[in-house]
Design a protein around this ligand. Structure first.
Ligand code: ADP
Length: 175
Protein backbone atom coordinates (compact mmCIF):
# COMPACT_ATOMS: atom_id res chain seq x y z
CA UNK A 1 0.00 0.00 0.00
CA UNK A 2 1.26 3.45 -0.88
CA UNK A 3 0.46 6.17 1.63
CA UNK A 4 0.52 9.73 0.32
CA UNK A 5 -0.24 13.09 1.88
CA UNK A 6 -2.18 15.81 0.10
CA UNK A 7 -2.91 19.28 1.34
CA UNK A 8 -6.31 20.42 0.19
CA UNK A 9 -9.98 19.64 -0.03
CA UNK A 10 -11.03 16.00 0.18
CA UNK A 11 -14.10 16.59 -2.00
CA UNK A 12 -11.85 17.20 -5.03
CA UNK A 13 -10.07 13.84 -4.74
CA UNK A 14 -10.37 11.53 -7.71
CA UNK A 15 -10.41 8.23 -5.81
CA UNK A 16 -12.74 5.26 -5.52
CA UNK A 17 -13.89 6.29 -2.05
CA UNK A 18 -13.61 9.32 0.19
CA UNK A 19 -14.02 8.92 3.93
CA UNK A 20 -16.33 11.33 5.73
CA UNK A 21 -15.74 12.34 9.34
CA UNK A 22 -19.46 12.18 10.01
CA UNK A 23 -21.46 12.32 13.20
CA UNK A 24 -23.73 9.58 14.49
CA UNK A 25 -26.87 11.13 13.00
CA UNK A 26 -25.49 10.72 9.44
CA UNK A 27 -27.59 13.75 8.58
CA UNK A 28 -24.81 16.23 7.98
CA UNK A 29 -22.70 18.62 10.01
CA UNK A 30 -19.82 21.05 9.61
CA UNK A 31 -16.23 20.55 8.51
CA UNK A 32 -15.58 17.66 6.12
CA UNK A 33 -19.16 16.46 6.49
CA UNK A 34 -20.58 19.80 5.37
CA UNK A 35 -18.17 20.02 2.45
CA UNK A 36 -18.99 16.48 1.25
CA UNK A 37 -22.74 17.09 1.32
CA UNK A 38 -22.37 20.50 -0.33
CA UNK A 39 -20.21 19.26 -3.17
CA UNK A 40 -21.81 15.84 -3.48
CA UNK A 41 -25.39 17.08 -3.65
CA UNK A 42 -28.63 15.61 -2.28
CA UNK A 43 -28.06 11.98 -3.33
CA UNK A 44 -25.69 11.42 -0.39
CA UNK A 45 -28.12 12.80 2.17
CA UNK A 46 -30.93 10.72 0.66
CA UNK A 47 -28.77 7.58 1.02
CA UNK A 48 -27.94 8.53 4.62
CA UNK A 49 -31.64 8.99 5.39
CA UNK A 50 -32.28 5.50 4.00
CA UNK A 51 -29.61 4.10 6.30
CA UNK A 52 -31.25 5.80 9.29
CA UNK A 53 -34.59 4.33 8.23
CA UNK A 54 -33.16 0.82 7.91
CA UNK A 55 -30.00 -0.51 9.59
CA UNK A 56 -29.02 2.51 11.64
CA UNK A 57 -32.20 3.69 13.29
CA UNK A 58 -30.23 4.91 16.30
CA UNK A 59 -27.41 6.36 14.22
CA UNK A 60 -23.97 5.06 13.32
CA UNK A 61 -21.98 4.09 16.43
CA UNK A 62 -18.59 5.71 17.10
CA UNK A 63 -15.75 3.78 15.45
CA UNK A 64 -17.95 2.12 12.81
CA UNK A 65 -18.19 2.86 9.08
CA UNK A 66 -20.81 2.57 6.36
CA UNK A 67 -20.80 3.43 2.65
CA UNK A 68 -23.16 5.42 0.44
CA UNK A 69 -23.11 6.71 -3.10
CA UNK A 70 -20.98 9.81 -3.70
CA UNK A 71 -23.46 11.88 -5.73
CA UNK A 72 -21.67 14.56 -7.74
CA UNK A 73 -18.24 13.98 -6.19
CA UNK A 74 -15.47 12.55 -8.41
CA UNK A 75 -15.38 9.52 -6.09
CA UNK A 76 -17.72 6.53 -6.47
CA UNK A 77 -18.49 6.09 -2.80
CA UNK A 78 -18.45 7.97 0.47
CA UNK A 79 -17.51 5.91 3.51
CA UNK A 80 -19.00 7.57 6.57
CA UNK A 81 -17.32 6.98 9.90
CA UNK A 82 -17.88 8.56 13.30
CA UNK A 83 -14.81 9.61 15.22
CA UNK A 84 -14.71 9.94 19.00
CA UNK A 85 -14.76 13.36 20.65
CA UNK A 86 -11.35 13.88 22.27
CA UNK A 87 -11.25 13.43 26.02
CA UNK A 88 -8.35 14.44 28.25
CA UNK A 89 -9.50 12.05 30.98
CA UNK A 90 -10.46 8.93 29.02
CA UNK A 91 -8.33 7.18 26.38
CA UNK A 92 -10.49 6.82 23.29
CA UNK A 93 -7.62 5.99 20.92
CA UNK A 94 -9.04 2.55 20.14
CA UNK A 95 -12.19 4.20 18.78
CA UNK A 96 -10.20 6.53 16.53
CA UNK A 97 -8.11 3.59 15.29
CA UNK A 98 -11.33 1.67 14.68
CA UNK A 99 -12.57 4.42 12.32
CA UNK A 100 -9.58 3.85 10.05
CA UNK A 101 -9.71 0.06 10.29
CA UNK A 102 -13.47 -0.18 9.71
CA UNK A 103 -13.35 2.31 6.82
CA UNK A 104 -10.72 0.14 5.13
CA UNK A 105 -12.81 -2.96 5.76
CA UNK A 106 -15.79 -1.28 4.06
CA UNK A 107 -13.51 -0.17 1.21
CA UNK A 108 -12.49 -3.80 0.72
CA UNK A 109 -16.13 -4.89 0.65
CA UNK A 110 -16.79 -2.31 -2.07
CA UNK A 111 -13.70 -3.26 -4.05
CA UNK A 112 -12.31 0.27 -3.66
CA UNK A 113 -8.54 0.35 -4.07
CA UNK A 114 -7.97 4.11 -3.79
CA UNK A 115 -9.24 5.83 -0.66
CA UNK A 116 -8.88 9.37 0.72
CA UNK A 117 -9.10 10.00 4.46
CA UNK A 118 -9.46 13.29 6.33
CA UNK A 119 -7.83 13.74 9.74
CA UNK A 120 -10.77 12.24 11.62
CA UNK A 121 -11.72 13.89 14.95
CA UNK A 122 -9.21 16.76 14.62
CA UNK A 123 -11.82 19.43 13.87
CA UNK A 124 -14.95 19.94 15.93
CA UNK A 125 -14.04 16.81 17.95
CA UNK A 126 -10.76 18.53 18.97
CA UNK A 127 -8.31 15.60 18.94
CA UNK A 128 -4.71 16.95 19.08
CA UNK A 129 -3.47 16.57 15.53
CA UNK A 130 -0.01 15.10 16.30
CA UNK A 131 -1.61 12.30 18.28
CA UNK A 132 -4.36 11.79 15.71
CA UNK A 133 -1.73 11.54 12.95
CA UNK A 134 0.19 8.88 14.88
CA UNK A 135 -2.95 6.81 15.46
CA UNK A 136 -4.06 7.18 11.83
CA UNK A 137 -0.73 6.20 10.32
CA UNK A 138 0.02 3.37 12.77
CA UNK A 139 -3.44 1.90 12.15
CA UNK A 140 -3.55 1.99 8.35
CA UNK A 141 -0.02 0.61 8.10
CA UNK A 142 -0.96 -2.66 9.76
CA UNK A 143 -4.57 -2.95 8.57
CA UNK A 144 -5.29 -6.00 6.42
CA UNK A 145 -6.65 -4.39 3.24
CA UNK A 146 -6.67 -4.55 -0.55
CA UNK A 147 -6.41 -0.74 -0.78
CA UNK A 148 -3.26 0.18 -2.73
CA UNK A 149 -3.56 4.00 -2.87
CA UNK A 150 -4.30 5.56 0.50
CA UNK A 151 -4.25 9.33 0.79
CA UNK A 152 -4.54 11.51 3.83
CA UNK A 153 -6.04 14.79 2.69
CA UNK A 154 -5.17 17.51 5.18
CA UNK A 155 -7.01 20.78 5.05
CA UNK A 156 -4.56 22.95 6.96
CA UNK A 157 -0.78 23.35 6.65
CA UNK A 158 -0.60 22.49 10.35
CA UNK A 159 -2.29 19.13 9.93
CA UNK A 160 -0.22 18.43 6.84
CA UNK A 161 2.97 19.11 8.82
CA UNK A 162 1.89 16.76 11.60
CA UNK A 163 1.16 13.92 9.22
CA UNK A 164 4.40 14.54 7.31
CA UNK A 165 6.53 14.39 10.46
CA UNK A 166 4.71 11.28 11.65
CA UNK A 167 5.05 9.49 8.33
CA UNK A 168 8.77 10.32 8.21
CA UNK A 169 9.46 8.96 11.67
CA UNK A 170 7.07 5.99 11.74
CA UNK A 171 8.55 2.53 11.50
CA UNK A 172 7.78 1.26 7.99
CA UNK A 173 7.41 -2.28 9.32
CA UNK A 174 4.41 -1.03 11.29
CA UNK A 175 5.83 -2.13 14.64
P1 ADP B 1 -14.50 15.90 13.39
O1 ADP B 1 -15.89 16.23 13.84
O2 ADP B 1 -14.27 14.41 13.23
O3 ADP B 1 -13.46 16.58 14.22
P2 ADP B 1 -14.24 17.88 11.23
O4 ADP B 1 -14.84 17.79 9.88
O5 ADP B 1 -14.69 18.96 12.14
O6 ADP B 1 -14.43 16.41 11.89
O7 ADP B 1 -12.66 17.99 11.09
C1 ADP B 1 -11.80 16.95 10.73
C2 ADP B 1 -10.62 17.52 9.97
O8 ADP B 1 -11.00 17.77 8.62
C3 ADP B 1 -10.08 18.84 10.49
O9 ADP B 1 -8.66 18.73 10.53
C4 ADP B 1 -10.54 19.87 9.46
O10 ADP B 1 -9.60 20.94 9.34
C5 ADP B 1 -10.52 19.05 8.21
N1 ADP B 1 -11.37 19.51 7.08
C6 ADP B 1 -12.39 20.39 7.08
N2 ADP B 1 -12.90 20.52 5.82
C7 ADP B 1 -12.18 19.70 5.01
C8 ADP B 1 -12.20 19.37 3.62
N3 ADP B 1 -13.07 19.92 2.79
N4 ADP B 1 -11.29 18.46 3.16
C9 ADP B 1 -10.40 17.87 3.99
N5 ADP B 1 -10.33 18.13 5.30
C10 ADP B 1 -11.21 19.04 5.82
Amino acid sequence: MEITLVQGDITAQDVDAVVNAANSSLLGGGGVDGAIHRRGGPAILAACRDLRASHYGRGLPIGQAVATVAGDLPARWVIHTVGPVFSATEDRSHLLASCYRESLRVADELGATSVAFPAISTGVYSWPVDDAARIAIDTVRVAPTQVTDLRFVLFTPDAYGSFERTLDTADPSGR
